[in-house]
Design a protein around this ligand. Structure first.
Ligand code: GLC
Length: 791
């Protein structure tokens, strides 16, 4: 740390806080719970107001403070922080193992031998010289660290030896692994060591930096250009526990409306009623499931937000109505820039009320975005946020179902916003350098609150820029990728790292946004992102068509097969999102989350788990037909062939273009619905249980998929348990909780085994059929059932 703290002079325990007085500075050590300790050094503000953490009801905690020779120890049931002179802090677990240690040496950047002028002349980007930051925290590298999280950063799953920057950035050039910054600021780092893991959440909104041993392998560090030293040490020892506790701090991804998990179609832009109708008709004619069509910026009147072009969309309300009748939802884009135009209501309202950000002299700040010159709303002002939220009224009256927030880094075409642009921030003004990284966060929060107040339904908001904690308000996508195999490959570590950084509901532009996709790339993208909660095909203007039918019949058929499969598995994805809301665990998971002791999982960039039961190993290289797959410590069943595999082995799976390597854990029970063209096409009366014989249990959740009534208890919970014995399998179907009225009327069991001679339901022998490699059995509904499958 650059601050000179000096020697420890004294300390005071005040409720959950230990105030440690050093010669030159006071430091707060706050115990949040047994696993989380906050270190706060006021440098800018005496009190810290977090944008990420809104729930500040820290429970009263029991912990000890021990003053021992030259150190102070703050000790909870699980961890202890040892605080030394100069504010060096080391964290131990209850077994007295050192988990995380402040680095005592100085920064010693790696050596660069180069002639900068030549490098620049060649047009290469120079890595900036190492600069001391006013806020800097250095930790020792023990050598066994693997680093994960940090949101949407490019590159690989494991961030060891890389450096990243947190400054929300819209850079349209192809995102490659040397990019240090992208659209999002999620300063949450997960460190996995050989025997345990911990997280560091650096809650600082200024431009910040994370260096995981790139500068020098002896240490890793994080720092910022301003603000306070304010970080949370979060102990595992399981990575799952780190993630759960991080979500306790910043909030979990809420349960969305069910349709938002359906397939969505977008393009920059479907720019007329005619074109939108054509797209909708094609989906239904071809029976390719689709739930939403997105209207990108060209639906607007001269890019004026909250308006629409009456020539291209003469009767938007009627169009939306027709689309609704056909089972489509409509999502419109809303950017923050407000066109400078004295004949435009939103501009005038913003000006009259002073809801804009200003230059240093208090004059509305102007820069250019799509509409030309624009002013920017000040989302740090709660009145502006309310006004913004209410502006969605018109769109909702037209029937619009979701809002897509873009360009909210904020992006600007005429040079970056200067550091000294001013934001009101509830009477405590802040400058752009502090507000930049929370602009998208506050915009999506305002959109979420507006939609919730107007519709009463679970809002569907998508945002490009965000901060830690935005998951409470919005889903995210990874911005302007390109139709490059490299970007398909990168979509997997991105989705996994976003997931473990709090953003369970995320997705990438399927097929790639910029550049022209190919039939093979589009197909592999639909397969690879099959379980990305946001499943949206989107592409840029001027690129070739990329709807599922844009190529040949064979490509269309294969893509349809996977979209159909997605719809079949919607209840499984929904169950997982409910789990995200309850615990913070993501839908898409890196394998080490489940198999933390298995070194083979630490750098697996191209495989993911969907919950605990499905393992995906998508093909992400052109022409590849044989995929190397790692199967971790469980028994796995090939979804396509039914073959069983033992654990902990690498296999080669033959994966022609119509196959994505997909494995189900033995003992799994996966809920399925019958394929539909859109969610809600049919009232779901029938739950299909796809059962992979073995030992296992599964909890299935059901509600109206739309309102907040589930918060008042209107939902159903079913527990399915299966056990294997020498001569039989037993399956118990139990209704755990039932307050949602539309219960399933039928249950279909698909028992994936041919080795069955007799089946009994509640002691009575029943008829069943064989189909392919499975036994089919239809039951009336789920009450309490005991089913025995005799071998
Ligand atoms: C940005 C968005 C992209 C959108 C385009 C036009 O580039 O990232 O998704 O299509 O703007 O609105």
């Amino acid at each position: 740390m650059i601050v000179l703290f000096g020697k420890i002079k004294d300390y005071k325990k005040i409720k959950n806080k230990v105030e440690v007085e050093f010669e030159n500075k006071k430091v707060n050590i706050v115990v949040i719970n047994d696993y989380i300790v906050n270190v706060f050094v006021p440098m800018k503000d005496a009190n810290y107001n977090s944008y990420a953490i809104e729930n500040d009801n820290v429970n009263k905690m029991k912990f000890e403070v021990i003053n021992k020779e030259k150190k102070i120890i703050v000790k909870t049931e699980q961890i202890s922080a040892h605080i030394y002179d100069n504010c060096k802090i080391d964290f131990y677990n209850k077994n007295n193992q050192i988990i995380c240690k402040d680095y005592r040496g100085k920064r010693e950047p790696f050596i660069r031998r180069t002639d900068n002028a030549i490098v620049e002349e060649e047009g290469q980007k120079l890595t900036k010289d190492i600069k001391k930051q006013p806020v800097e925290i250095m930790k020792e590298n023990f050598g066994d660290e693997k680093f994960y999280g940090l949101g949407d950063k490019t590159g690989h799953l494991n961030k060891k030896n890389y450096r990243y920057e947190m400054w929300n950035t819209d850079d349209p050039t192809p995102h490659v692994e040397s990019f240090e910054t992208l659209y999002k600021t999620i300063p949450f780092l997960i460190t996995l060591r050989d025997q345990f893991s911990y997280g560091l959440f650096f809650d600082n909104t200024y431009r910040s930096f994370f260096d995981m041993g790139k500068e020098n392998t002896n240490y890793f560090y994080y720092g910022a250009e301003g603000g306070d030293i304010n970080y949370y040490f979060i102990y595992g020892p399981e990575v799952k526990n780190v993630i759960k506790n991080y979500n306790k701090l910043t909030g979990t991804t809420p349960l969305p409306q069910l349709w938002t998990l359906g397939h969505q179609q977008s393009r920059f832009s479907y720019d007329s009623e005619k074109r939108v109708r054509e797209i909708a008709e094609k989906f239904r004619e071809k029976e390719i499931p689709c739930d939403a069509i997105h209207l990108d910026i060209d639906y607007m009147d001269g890019y004026r937000i909250f308006t629409w072009d009456k020539k291209k969309f003469p009767n938007l309300k009627k169009l939306v109505n027709e689309l609704h009748e056909d089972g489509f939802k409509v999502v419109t884009i809303i950017d923050p820039g407000i066109k400078k135009d004295s004949g435009y209501k939103i501009f005038n309202d913003c000006l009259e009320n002073g809801y804009y950000i200003t230059d240093k002299d208090g004059i509305p700040y102007v820069n250019e975005v799509w509409p030309g010159e624009c002013i920017y709303p000040d989302f740090t002002n709660s009145e502006c946020r309310n006004w913004w939220g209410n502006n969605h009224n018109n769109l909702i009256n037209l029937g619009i179902d979701g809002i897509w927030n873009d360009m909210n880094e904020p992006a600007s075409f005429n040079g970056p916003l200067p550091d000294n642009v001013k934001f009101k921030n509830g009477g405590k003004p802040i400058l752009h350098k502090e507000a930049h990284n929370i602009y998208g966060h506050l915009m999506s929060k305002s959109t979420y609150k507006g939609l919730k107040a107007i519709t009463g339904k679970r809002p569907f908001v998508i945002t490009r820029a965000c901060y830690a904690g935005s998951q409470k308000y919005s889903t995210v996508w990874t911005g302007d990728n390109q139709s490059l195999w490299e970007h398909l490959r990168m979509s997997l570590p991105m989705l996994m790292n976003l997931g473990i950084s709090g953003f369970s509901f995320s997705g990438t532009d399927i097929g790639g946004f910029g550049f022209d996709t190919t039939p093979e790339l589009l197909t592999r993208w639909y397969q690879a992102n099959l379980f990305a909660p946001l499943y949206r095909n989107h592409s840029s203007q001027g690129t070739r068509d990329q709807e599922p039918w844009a190529f040949d019949n064979k490509t269309e058929k294969i893509i349809k097969k996977f979209i159909d499969l997605r719809y079949q598995l919607i209840p499984y994805i929904y169950d997982l999102i409910k789990e995200s809301e309850d615990s913070g665990l993501p839908v898409i998971r890196p394998l080490f989350l489940q198999y933390q002791d298995d070194q083979n999982t630490y750098n697996l960039n191209d495989q993911y788990l969907v919950g605990e039961n499905i393992l995906m190993a998508p093909v992400v290289s052109q022409g590849e037909k044989n995929k190397k797959v790692y199967l971790p410590d469980d028994e796995w069943i090939d979804y396509w062939t039914g073959e069983e595999y033992n654990s902990k082995q690498f296999i080669i799976k033959n994966a022609p273009i119509d196959i994505v390597p997909m494995y189900i854990k033995k003992g799994s029970i996966i809920p399925n619905y019958k394929k539909q063209n859109f969610i809600g096409e049919n009232q779901i009366d029938n739950i299909i249980l796809d059962i992979y014989p073995g030992n296992g249990e599964y909890m299935h959740y059901q509600d109206d998929g739309e309102t907040f009534n589930y918060k008042d208890g209107e939902y159903n919970l079913y527990k399915f348990v299966q056990k294997e014995y020498l001569d039989r399998f037993e399956l118990d179907l139990v209704v755990e909780y039932q307050k949602y009225e539309k219960v399933y009327k039928k249950t279909t069991l698909i028992f994936n085994s041919l080795n069955i001679n007799k089946i009994e339901v509640n002691g009575k022998e029943v008829e069943y059929t064989f189909k392919k490699n499975s036994v089919f059995l239809a039951l009336n509904s789920i009450k309490e059932e005991k089913i025995v499958f005799y071998k």
